[in-house]
Design a protein around this ligand. Structure first.
Ligand code: RBZ
Ligand code: NIO
Length: 353
């Protein structure tokens, strides 16, 4: 494996089982019937296991959105033209996209990172970390070289380092890249051996004929690229994307820093699958925000044995579903930090009657 990835993996410890047990017991001392806060209790236990703290915090929070283009867009696999990636980056920078609205609602900072948009962007409010101007068309050649995928992973790890140094206690990750459901579906089919038709959806809203064409394009890609399912970096380089690689880097670095990271929809989850194949210990650091409508998301979640917090019928990306789930993390952490115990509040517990 590459030096860069191995160095990050060496820094990742398993989540803290002792802290989890401590919190599990503490939850039963709080003024509520044991277990009555259901999944929120499981989330509180996970936050303790991630941070190693009985009283974890999830604020300040940083949203990291990675943008890049995909050469495979020229195969007609998206409902929207490639130029929309750059146009949406401008929209993110001026605060008008869904993720900006949801981030404002939860009081989170947003960093927009250009890891590989095809056109040259100069607007303020964007971190310029372009590895290359979009990937190559994977129907014709490998999406990128392995060293480019590694450079994009480092763009993700660097963004986590910046967020961590500025005090972030929780991360939310998202992406923008026209045709990235095609790359994600190809990656997922290779990594899990699932038939392509089962992991392909409408993305931005293609019709059924276009969807059949998308399936055919991905089947051809998989046949000619011959990515090794046992080598996640090979899959990332041959049929992946630059923003997907950057998200892989964010999961590795978040785990290394013991920061909870909220995974968004389909594309973010495929990146999470790559990170967990590289280092299974990453899995414990991931909180899954929502279940996307994109059909491949179910396959990706199953491969990670993950149950998302929300199911709102969304299929946007940008980190939007993760941002909407974030108040549940705040509630879980708030419960540990602020709820009174039976002893504190003078409330009789079940056994003292
Ligand atoms: C205006 C607009 C805003 C978006 N924000 C996220 N996506 C989402 O749609 C794209 C993936 O779908 P496909 O593979 O079909 O191109 C990604 O950019 C994803 O983040 C958007 C797409 C559009 C059109
Ligand atoms: O689930 C997602 O992340 C998604 C689905 C469709 C289009 N863009 C993103």
């Amino acid at each position: 494996m590459s030096d860069i990835v191995s160095e990050w993996i060496c820094r990742i410890q398993p989540i803290d089982r002792d802290a989890a047990e401590h919190t599990r017991a503490y939850l039963d001392t709080l003024t509520k019937p044991p277990g009555s806060l259901g999944e929120l209790e499981a989330l509180a236990i996970q936050l303790s296991a991630i941070t190693g703290e009985l009283m974890p915090r999830v604020t300040p929070t940083s949203v990291l959105v990675f943008a890049a283009d995909h050469g495979v867009a020229e195969e007609g696999v998206s409902a929207f033209p490639q130029a929309v990636t750059a146009q949406m980056v401008a929209n993110f920078a001026s605060g008008g996209a869904a993720i900006n609205v949801f981030a404002r609602q939860i009081g989170a900072d947003v960093e927009i990172v250009d890891v590989g948009v095809a056109s040259t962007l100069t607007m303020p409010g964007v971190t310029h970390a372009k590895v290359r101007q979009g990937t190559d068309n994977m129907a014709l050649e490998n999406a990128m070289q392995c060293d480019e995928a590694l450079a994009a992973i480092e763009v993700g790890t660097a963004a986590v380092e910046r967020a961590q140094q500025s005090g972030a206690k929780c991360l939310i990750v998202g992406e923008m890249g026209i045709a990235n459901t095609t790359a994600s579906s190809a990656m997922l089919a290779v990594l899990t051996g699932t038939p392509v038709a089962q992991v392909v959806g409408a993305g931005t809203g293609i019709d059924s004929a276009q969807q059949a064409h998308k399936v055919a394009v991905i089947e051809r890609v998989i046949q000619v690229r011959q990515a090794d399912p046992n080598d996640p970096l090979d899959v990332l380089a041959k049929v992946g994307g630059l923003e997907i690689a950057a998200m892989v880097g964010t999961y590795l670095a978040a785990a290394a820093h013991r920061l909870p990271i909220v995974v968004d929809g389909f594309i973010a989850t495929v990146a999470a699958l790559v990170a967990c194949r590289l280092c299974p210990a990453v899995r414990g650091y991931l909180v899954f925000g929502h279940r996307s409508e994109e059909p491949g998301h179910a396959t990706a979640l199953e491969a990670l044995d993950a149950q998302p917090l929300l199911a709102l019928g969304m299929r946007l990306g940008e980190g939007s579903g993760a941002a909407l789930a974030f108040p549940l993390l705040q509630a879980a952490a708030g419960m540990l930090n602020e709820m009174a115990t039976f002893a504190d509040a003078g409330v009789s517990d079940k056994t003292s009657q």
